[in-house]
Design a protein. Structure first.
Lengths: 112, 288
């Protein structure tokens, strides 16, 4: 799994993820990165998951942990670019009713 | 990754050599080429390679026989098998010869690059997957309780459903992986001295996996740390329980699996599960 981020507006960060978000220490980087960004005062975090190729139960759990951290400080989490199979994992987990999904990073940025 | 990793690519198709060389170029591997099994064997007799990526169908010595000979000649050398025509028999043969992975052509360069990196970083180990018995329609395996073994086996499992649609193959693979991870982690406590057993059975109309683990089992009615127990309006309330119990993020395995295959049946004890996917013939529509 690869992770990088960029601040696109004051307080708003896009976290780019690529590869497999699965059981293992690699996916822990997601929650670690979120904690780091929240400490820096960022409050809107957009996960660009267009390049994520696979996700499992643990991977889904990483996004919930992130969501809880972000919600605890009054921030917002948005998901952008989920491919069909990836969205299906969130849908069957009923998390599409909790997380806000957008077709692209641009649309996630524009959402208020 | 160390620059000293050596890879031997064996295929009678020069285009495959060029493709793989281009895919792996950025990783600083030392790559050599062989164009049939005998040439590969001759190179292996004088040179130890970390990894061999071999095609199956080649003149002279085929890739499966080459894998068998590599196992005897260079037990520390890891083998990835690739083929244009995957069959249950070739999957079984690759498993018997302890190939580390198996993939079909055409392949995604990204997937192969990932597989190669994983193969090179996986410690050499024999006997993690033992073929207890195998005919194309019924394969019985015994696996050591190591999480990496699940990732390795999934490469072979995906090849057993070549008549499924790509989406269905992904679904079955993802469901199988979740349940196998549960068996290894919760049933076998990730203890390599313990084993889980996997049976694959293919009937005319279904694909069935049975996974047995050595654990004490569980009841589906008593899993507060799993998403399967959540009420529909609180899809992640189990996470609080997991946090209190010190469990890693997750708990969606059974819920995901139930939605990815047609049937999921546990035995009374809860340490044995059947995962069933109905196989539709081309043109056959689903009946409701």
């Amino acid at each position: 799994m690869e992770i990088s981020h960029s601040e696109i507006a004051p307080g708003t960060v896009v976290v780019n993820l690529a590869g497999k978000v699965m059981l293992g220490s690699e996916s822990e980087q997601i929650t670690d990165r979120v904690s780091e960004l929240l400490r820096e005062g960022k409050r809107t975090i957009i996960f660009n998951i267009a390049a994520v190729t696979a996700i499992d139960s643990t991977g889904i759990g990483r996004f919930i942990s992130s969501y809880n951290k972000i919600a605890a400080v009054g921030g917002q989490m948005r998901m952008a670019g989920a491919a069909h199979y990836l969205f299906k994992a969130f849908h069957v987990s009923r998390l599409d009713t909790v997380f806000r999904f957008y077709p692209s990073v641009e649309e996630a940025c524009q959402a208020g | 990754m160390s620059a000293s990793n050596t890879i031997l690519i064996v295929d009678d198709d020069a285009d495959i050599h060029r493709l793989l060389a281009a895919a792996l170029a950025g990783e600083n591997y030392s790559i050599q080429d062989a164009y049939d099994g005998l040439q590969a064997l001759s190179l292996l007799e004088t040179t130890p390679f970390d990894l061999v990526i071999t095609d199956i169908r080649m003149p002279g010595l085929d890739g499966l026989e080459l894998s068998r000979r590599i196992r005897a000649l260079r037990p520390a050398t890891k083998v990835l098998v690739m083929t244009a025509e995957s069959t249950p028999a070739s999957v079984i043969s690759a498993l018997r010869n302890e190939a580390l992975g198996y993939f079909s052509k055409p392949f995604s360069l990204e997937a192969v690059t990932d597989m190669v990196a994983r193969a090179l970083s996986t410690p050499a180990s024999h006997g993690d997957i033992e073929v207890l018995s195998a005919i194309p329609h019924w394969i019985s395996l015994q696996l050591r309780c190591k999480l990496e073994v699940a990732d390795r086996l999934i490469l072979f499992v995906r090849e057993m459903g070549t008549d499924l649609s790509p989406d269905e193959r992904e679904d079955v693979g993802a469901a199988f992986r979740e349940l196998l991870m549960n068996a290894i982690e919760h049933g076998g406590h990730s203890d390599p001295s313990k084993t889980v057993r996997v049976d694959y059975v293919r009937t005319a109309k279904s694909m069935i996996y049975k996974i047995w683990d050595p654990g004490e089992g569980f009841s589906l009615d008593d899993l507060p740390h799993a998403a399967i127990s959540n009420s529909p309006d609180a899809p992640y309330e189990h996470m609080e329980v997991r946090e209190k119990l010190g469990l890693r993020a997750g708990g969606f395995g059974i819920l995901l699996t139930r939605n990815l295959v047609d049937e999921l049946i546990y035995n009374q004890k809860g340490n044995e599960v059947l995962l069933i996917k109905y196989v539709k013939k081309p043109g056959e529509t689903e009946r409701h």
